[in-house]
Ligand binder design. Structure first.
Ligand SMILES: [Zn+2]
Length: 327
C-alpha cells in the first residue's frame, strides 16, 4: 500500500514523498532519506510502536524516475488494528506485499504553495520550543490524537512542483478525473486538466503550467535552451494569416550555479541531453512571448520566436512521461 505522507522522526513533521525528494537533493539541508526514520502518518498508530517500526521509500532518491514515488510498508511494518492505513489495500496474506496500483499518484494537492516549506530539526535535548505556546489554546482531545496540521503539512497542499506534475502525468489517461480535481496556484484556480496547458496553446491564458515535448536541448556558454516540438500559430498585425512560430525557454547557467539543488538539476539536464527517450518539459511562472531574434545565417535579418527565461528552477521539470506521447 501507498502512503500519502509519512512522519519523519528527525524533523518531527509529516512529509510527502515529494518533500523527501526535495530534501534529498537540497544541498543546503543535511538530509538523506536512506538514513531517516519514517513512520505511519497516523499519530495513534505511530505512538503505539517504537521507532524501529518504519516505512520505506520508493523512488525517494532517483533523480530521473518514471514510476510514481511513494512511501510503503517494509515486510515487518506493523499498524494498530484501526489504523486507516491498514484497511482497503492491505496485501493478501502470502502475496508478499504486492502493490495493487502504484503506477498512479492518487493524492492530488489542491494547492501549490509558491514559498518553500521550512524545516526545523528536532532538538536533541528536550528544550521547550517557544512557538509551542500557540498550540496550547487547542488542547488535544482524546479524539484527535494531538493532530495539528499546519499550513505546510496539510495533506492537500504542497510546495513541491513535482507533486502536481506527477498527478497530471500518471493520471493523464483519466481525463474525467483531471477535469474533476481542482488546483490552485497563487490567485488562479482551475481543474488539473486545464491548469496544465499544452505549449502550443500558450496564447489561451497566462499564468498556467505549460508543458510540451522537447525537440532539442542546446548547451550554450551562458545558458541551456530547450526547444519544444510543437509550434504556436500566431497572426502578426501586419500579416494576413497565422504562421507557425517555434517555442523555447532559456535556463541561465548562473541561475543553476546558485540553485540549492544544483547537482540534481545538472544531473537531470545532462541525462536529458544524452537521452534518446521522449522527454517532456513542465514549467510554471513565465509565459513565452513573441520576440524577434537575429538570424544566424544572416544577422541583419530577424525572425520571430516565442521565448521565455525560466526564473525559478523550483518550478521547472524535465522528465520522461510515457503516457503523454501523442497519438
Ligand atoms: Zn498505521
Amino acid at each position: 500500500m501507498k502512503f500519502d505522507l509519512a512522519y519523519c522522526l528527525s524533523l518531527d513533521a509529516k512529509l510527502s514523498i515529494y518533500d523527501v525528494r526535495d530534501l534529498n537533493f537540497d544541498e543546503t539541508m543535511e538530509f538523506d532519506s536512506a538514513k531517516e526514520h519514517f513512520q505511519c502518518p497516523n499519530d495513534a498508530c505511530r505512538t503505539a510502536f517504537d521507532a524501529a517500526n518504519v516505512l520505506t521509500t520508493f523512488n525517494g532518491k532517483n533523480v530521473n524516475y518514471v514510476r510514481t514515488p511513494h512511501f510503503k510498508n517494509t515486510p515487518s511494518t506493523r499498524h494498530v488494528a484501526d489504523c486507516p492505513y491498514v484497511s482497503l489495500k492491505a496485501p493478501m496474506p502470502g502475496v508478499d506485499g504486492a502493490e495493487t496500483d502504484d503506477t498512479r499518484e492518487e493524492h492530488f494537492p489542491s494547492e501549490l504553495l509558491l514559498t518553500r516549506r521550512q524545516y526545523v530539526r528536532k532538538p536533541s535535548s528536550p528544550v521547550v520550543v517557544a512557538d509551542m505556546a500557540s498550540d496550547a489554546a487547542k488542547a488535544p482531545s482524546a479524539a484527535d490524537h494531538g493532530e495539528h496540521p499546519t499550513n505546510e503539512s496539510a495533506p492537500d497542499k504542497t510546495t513541491v512542483f513535482a507533486h502536481p506534475v506527477e498527478c497530471f502525468v500518471s493520471n493523464f489517461g483519466d481525463k474525467e478525473l483531471l477535469k474533476r480535481m481542482p488546483l490552485k496556484i497563487g490567485e488562479h484556480t482551475a481543474p488539473y486538466g486545464s491548469f496544465f496547458k499544452k505549449i502550443e496553446y500558450l496564447q489561451d491564458n497566462k499564468g498556467l503550467i505549460y508543458w510540451g515535448k522537447i525537440k532539442e536541448i542546446k548547451d550554450y556558454t551562458q545558458s541551456f535552451r530547450i526547444d519544444f516540438e510543437q509550434k504556436v500559430w500566431f497572426k502578426q498585425a501586419d500579416e494576413a494569416k497565422k504562421k507557425p512560430y517555434s517555442v523555447n525557454v532559456y535556463l541561465s547557467k548562473k541561475l543553476i550555479e546558485n540553485y540549492r539543488k544544483r547537482k540534481a538539476f545538472l544531473q537531470e539536464i545532462k541525462h536529458a541531453i544524452d537521452s534518446d527517450k521522449e522527454l517532456f518539459c513542465f514549467f510554471y511562472g513565465v509565459t513565452p512571448e513573441l520576440k524577434q531574434v537575429p538570424s544566424k545565417k544572416n544577422p541583419e535579418q530577424t525572425f520571430g520566436v516565442f521565448s521565455a527565461n525560466i526564473e525559478n528552477l523550483d518550478h521547472f521539470i524535465i522528465r520522461e512521461a510515457p503516457g503523454l506521447a501523442e497519438k
